[in-house]
Ligand binder design. Sequence first.
Ligand code: CP
Length: 308
Amino acid sequence: MLSSRHLLGLYGVPKKDIELILDTAKTFREIIERPIKKVPTLQGKTVVNLFFESSTRTRISFELAEKRLSADVLNFSASTSSLTKGETLKDTVRNIEAMKIDMVVIRHSAAGSPHYLTQLIEANVINAGDGTHEHPTQALLDMYTIREKIGKLEGLNVCIVGDISHSRVAMSNIFGLITMGANVAVCGPKTMIPKDLEKLGVTVFTNIDDAIKFADVLNILRIQLERGAASNFPSLREYHRLYGVTKERLLKSKKEILIMHPGPINRGVELASDIADGSNSVILEQVTNGVAVRMAVLYLIGTRSENN
Ligand code: CP
């Protein structure tokens, strides 16, 4: 059984919980390959997807996972809701809960909004990305994909490249991978790396060639233009020249390096197109695995009290 009835982040989540989610996801990964992909596990449960920020992968992946588990699914869209008439987040979620729902999946631009929700409502809360804070299911699907492709996480050299300071994906990966015993590094311009990361045991590279030499896995992050990331370097062309992952750079490494990206990709900025679509890229497998991982999280949280 999971230690918590919510999934708010991977900070402090014990190894046994991460292992349980990844092992459970393996079962669901097999189920989603079957001709009939639906199981009755969450029949009778109602899940609300509250997306206050844009999303393609996470929103569709959660919705598909909920439907595969036979839950009743409600999708809330901020732009067509009474938020546009001035209703607060607090009133919005309390009114939705009054309709007797069981679980809430929330994406919001404000860090800490999923934590705030747990103080307002009784439903289980799953964080689908809160500001620059955490994106736990992305990190779980990243770890699942690494484990599936390489067979282990412990002792593996994983380098997260790019805009670390704006990245909730980076923070959740750092917390999760350290817990699972991986050697974690980050690489990017100094202006995009939070201070004190080394205190967590993270190696910091500012030279991409050094990072490539270190890595078994490169998890390459999007430059988040909407969060003002471009003000941290002279131009996107300059960023690509200094930090872009390209064929020429990878050829210098003697190792086969697993190439990951959470999406959406800025092609030709953080990652060359031929590498994004190349034989070492598992970017679309990450997306497929995301459905299985989210099924596992929804199942383990949604049935937690029954399994107690
Ligand atoms: N990886 C990720 O969170 O993508 P979306 O923003 O499309 O959900």
